[in-house]
Write a protein that binds this ligand. Structure first.
Ligand code: IMP
Length: 197
């Protein structure tokens, strides 16, 4: 059994990772599963890759296990790529998903549909037990809606309208449907291919 610690306290991410990498012989654990507190890793990097690497390395060193971290976020074209690496803290350090969504809607208040294009990005770093690094990434193109819709997923899912599923918000998809088209799903599939090779 290959035991991999997932460097996140985000339940939504964890469910997606477990569902997308459901392979025999792999067991994904969290710090909580090991009876430990999660680490507070400061995300000081300027890119998703920097931050994913910071998180994966910190968990690898603290727990002595292979460690997987995803760093992800939303890039809105009209906002010059914001909130990007600041997606989880867009409305402030203690912002909730609802606060972030509200701020995004306000920032795009007068922007018409055709200029609301955006994408989610995910970069995943897996640090092996021996310290080796495997990197994979994925993106999901779409646009920002005018009001929140749906109750699934997390983060900006109620506002994100993926091009791949016309007429539905990401938060209106099942976990399986989201994984099939999402940035994280694509990154996890790319990671799987690399590990098999
Ligand atoms: P991280 O935990 O530092 O990688 O921050 C990721 C942030 O980006 C989340 O808190 C969300 O705001 C946003 N985000 C990343 N992936 C998704 C997703 O799949 N759906 C909705 N929001 C996402």
């Amino acid at each position: 059994m290959r035991r991999i610690i997932v460097a996140t306290g985000n339940r939504g991410k964890l469910d997606e990772i477990r569902s997308a990498l459901d392979f025999p012989g792999w067991e994904f654990v969290t710090a909580a599963d090991l009876g430990a507190d999660g680490l507070e890793v400061e995300e000081t990097g300027e890119t998703f890759l920097d931050n994913a690497r910071l998180k994966a390395r910190a968990y690898h060193e603290a727990f002595g296990l292979a460690a997987l971290a995803d760093d992800s976020g939303l890039e809105v074209d009209e906002l010059g790529g914001e909130p990007g690496v600041y997606s989880s803290r867009y409305a402030g350090d203690t912002a909730t998903d609802a606060d972030n969504n509200e701020k995004l809607l306000a920032a795009l208040a007068d922007v018409p549909h055709e200029r609301r294009t955006a994408r989610f990005r995910s970069v995943i770093v897996l640090v092996g037990e021996d310290g080796s690094e495997t990197i994979a990434d994925g993106a999901c193109e779409g646009s920002i809606g005018f009001e929140p819709r749906g109750t699934g997923g997390f983060g900006y899912d109620p506002l994100f309208l993926p091009d791949a599923v016309p007429g539905r918000a990401m938060a209106e998809l099942s976990l399986g449907e989201k994984n099939a088209i999402s940035h994280r799903g694509a990154a996890l599939r790319a990671l799987h291919v690399k590990l098999e090779a």
